[in-house]
Design a protein around this ligand. Sequence first.
Ligand SMILES: NC(=O)c1ccc[n+]([C@@H]2O[C@H](COP(=O)([O-])OP(=O)(O)OC[C@H]3O[C@@H](n4cnc5c(N)ncnc54)[C@H](OP(=O)(O)O)[C@@H]3O)[C@@H](O)[C@H]2O)c1
Length: 238
Amino acid sequence: MQIFTGKTAVVTGGNRGIGLAIARELGTRGCRVVICGRDANALESAVTELKNDGCAISAKGCDISNPAQVDAFFQAVRDHFGTLDFLINNAGAAHALAHVEQFAPEEFCRVVDVNLIGTFLCCRSAIPLLRAGGVMVNNLSVAALQTFVGMSAYNASKAGALALTNVLREELREKGIRVLALVPGAVDTEIWQQFWPEAPREKMVSAADVARAVVLALTMPANTSIDEIRLGPASGVL
Ligand SMILES: NC(=O)c1ccc[n+]([C@@H]2O[C@H](COP(=O)([O-])OP(=O)(O)OC[C@H]3O[C@@H](n4cnc5c(N)ncnc54)[C@H](OP(=O)(O)O)[C@@H]3O)[C@@H](O)[C@H]2O)c1
């Protein structure tokens, strides 16, 4: 795990859930980690928690759906660190269940703006900073591949983000940057409050286990063909 020492990572949505777990896995292995999110209190708590775990961690508020904020965030990363080794596009949003004919257009746009446009904006700003040998991990979902009734905006945005990820993999190959799709099934985080609060948490994978899988994938040699990290509950369904 020496490969993380002295390296720099950005984890979007690193103030809680899967992002926080990935930031911890990277930080405790010697990687400098920069996290972002919108909730300033959650960012502050995450920084305190990770510093207590011995991580070199910094944070800056950023709404990834806002182009000016994304530009400012990556400009700050450039000013402090110069380059990046790992970009973990993790920030994402879900929504209350609704069939398409009842779906508010502004809610559909909000979810697409975060999960698809926001991921695009972060990639666009981060790519000039990514060093050869670097890795980008895009946190998608089984919803990129599998249909969930009532989840049209989430399904569509994650399928779009998968297409974006596949294009990025080809575009960045010649620069020596690997692009991985993270495709989790149900993970026990707060996101479930948005569409199924009473979902059976005990059947879900933990955020810590997802983070361990990500770190393992990052340690694979550069000549390894690994495009996707896929894991979920052993039962397959909840
Ligand atoms: N939990 C699951 O079952 C599951 C399964 C598959 C994939 N995923 C994906 O995993 C990722 C992380 O989700 P999670 O489960 O850890 O959920 P979570 O606990 O709700 O965390 C979501 C994270 O995204 C950030 N975020 C949301 N909107 C943002 C925005 N506009 N700008 C910047 N940051 C934003 C949140 O921070 P702020 O609110 O402070 O902005 C938070 O850090 C998401 O992309 C999700 O789709 C989750």
